[in-house]
Design a protein around this ligand. Structure first.
Ligand code: PGA
Length: 254
């Protein structure tokens, strides 16, 4: 992988709904132990569950590992029981927030419009949304993946998006947590289509926007996936729960 158009690779761990305090701290400490002492070409990020954000954030202070959340509400405050607003996340040290992950789209019926509103709320709170898009297996099998995912991106793209304010993640739904990944050629074709779509909507500015790949990235396939033209990093679920796997993927950027 080259730093294409000055895009610094981002290696992001999505811990999902995993970890009690002791496990989260042990994982963060193990990542930090592996990170210290080396200069990292990529930007490193962990997205623990909401209950651990403050705790892990304290641990990460002064380190090169950034803190991110897994979701936010589209409103900055108000009567929304159980939800978390983007300014609250910024207030406890988050720099990023994942929006539109396929598990939220499926489990909570999140539409493109809602995802767009969440991304806009994140940007308004000076957080960088990581906007997830990706096709189901049925869409891939009928040969519509490129057009469906480009349309999903267009419908969830926040107003005012720019390279410094937004990250896009291509995550085929059928590759998440399954151990299956698209071929390098298919990943490359999708990233090319997404970059073309970004250019269409945002102009030349989008050349510097990072597009990550996510879905069953692990230590053993990271070199191949991160070498695909147009892949600017990875969003990692299962493998980010093991510090050594996460660090192996980060080293694959070198
Ligand atoms: P996975 O998840 O790495 O476990 O496939 C990726 C994701 O959901 O972001």
């Amino acid at each position: 992988m080259t730093d294409q158009a000055g895009r610094r690779p981002l290696i992001a761990g999505n811990w999902k709904m995993n970890g009690l305090k002791a496990e989260g701290l042990a994982l963060a400490d193990a990542v930090l132990a592996g990170v210290r002492g080396s200069a990292w070409r990529c930007e490193l990020l962990v997205c623990p569950p909401a209950t651990l954000l403050s705790l892990i954030g304290e641990r990460l202070k002064g380190s090169p590992v950034r803190l991110g959340a897994q979701d936010c509400h589209p409103k900055p405050n108000g009567a929304h029981t159980g939800d978390i607003a983007a300014p609250m996340l910024a207030d406890i040290g988050c720099r990023f927030v994942i929006v539109g992950h396929s598990e939220r789209r499926a489990d909570h019926n999140e539409s493109d419009g809602l995802v767009k509103a969440k991304a806009e709320a994140a940007m308004a709170a000076s957080l960088i949304p990581i906007l997830c898009v990706g096709e189901t297996l049925a869409v891939r099998d009928r040969g519509d993946a490129l057009s469906v995912v480009a349309a999903q991106l267009a419908a969830s793209l926040p107003a005012g998006a720019s390279a410094d304010k937004l990250v896009v993640a291509y995550e085929p739904v059928w590759a998440i947590g399954t151990g299956r990944t698209p071929t390098a050629a298919d990943i490359g074709a999708m990233h090319q289509a997404l970059r073309a779509a970004l250019k269409h909507h945002l102009g030349a500015e989008s050349d510097r926007m990072r597009i990550l790949y996510g879905g069953s990235v692990k230590g053993s396939n990271a070199v191949e996936i991160l070498a695909v033209d147009g892949v600017d990093g990875a969003l990692i679920g299962g493998a980010s729960l093991k510090a050594e796997e996460f660090l192996t993927i980060a080293r694959a950027c070198a």
